[in-house]
Design a protein around this ligand. Sequence first.
Ligand SMILES: NC(=O)c1ccc[n+]([C@@H]2O[C@H](COP(=O)([O-])OP(=O)(O)OC[C@H]3O[C@@H](n4cnc5c(N)ncnc54)[C@H](OP(=O)(O)O)[C@@H]3O)[C@@H](O)[C@H]2O)c1
Length: 268
Amino acid sequence: MMANGFPLKNCRAVITGASSGLGAEFARQLAPQAQSLVLVARRADALEAVKNELQAFPVQVFCCVADLATDVGRNAVLAFLDAKGLKPNLLINNAGMGDYGDFASSSAEKTRTQIELNITALTMLTHALLPRLERPGGVLNVSSLASTLPMPDLAVYAASKAYVTSFSEALAVELAPQNITVTCVCPGPTPTNFSQNAKRAVGTDTNREGQSLLRIPPTQVVRRALGALQQAEACVFPGAGVAIASRVFRLLPRGLLRVLLRWRHGKE
Ligand SMILES: NC(=O)c1ccc[n+]([C@@H]2O[C@H](COP(=O)([O-])OP(=O)(O)OC[C@H]3O[C@@H](n4cnc5c(N)ncnc54)[C@H](OP(=O)(O)O)[C@@H]3O)[C@@H](O)[C@H]2O)c1
């Protein structure tokens, strides 16, 4: 059975990673039609700044400061919803981070945090909120074009996003009969704080060859993602370049893909 799509009008959303980039843009685009928004991230001042931007709209906005890479932070979000008596019907799992550079020299702590945030937080928040999610409900998971291929020098990130895409597509099938729409959005390179945060203090930047062909602004990524949620599209790749690239990456024989990855990596 297909879900009918999630109606955004009067939605009550929890948005993780709402203090900048795509998360803040989800808040901006939902504000004109939402009933309430819970903005979650670690930086209180950045969350307040996003909240202030939304003052013109008749939407209740709550800031919930929490480190989602920890159990304490994840439980704090649930306690916050209970304390405020909030009953969301939409969860946007957007918070995420990357780490540019080879795996062997990566910081163990940053790698663990990345897995905790990109995989554990997304999974466990979904698990905790599903029983409370009012119907019709929605779950919008932010994955990445990186989920379609192994990425040397971004190995854990790409693998974590492969998890997000696979998990989301399975949930879309499981939850459709319960009137919960699950959509996974897989952006290509998007100008946000992501790259800045993914760079190591000492180390190289990522290989950006060809990225300009794929780059589209956060406004477009978010518009396409919310459109897909409304239409019950299970997985969407915003932008023509990203959509084509995803097809190519997914269709390439794995052996040929490895040859191309070795060639690209060898050029750095
Ligand atoms: N930009 C791209 O090129 C791109 C491409 C594909 C996919 N994506 C995905 O898009 C999503 C949003 O990233 P973005 O591009 O908008 O980057 P961003 O501007 O760096 O935003 C990341 C958000 O996550 C929050 N965050 C980071 N660590 C957190 C933690 N431990 N606990 C709670 N919140 C945390 C940050 O807020 P605080 O620092 O205040 O905690 C921030 O609001 C991520 O899942 C990313 O993987 C991005």
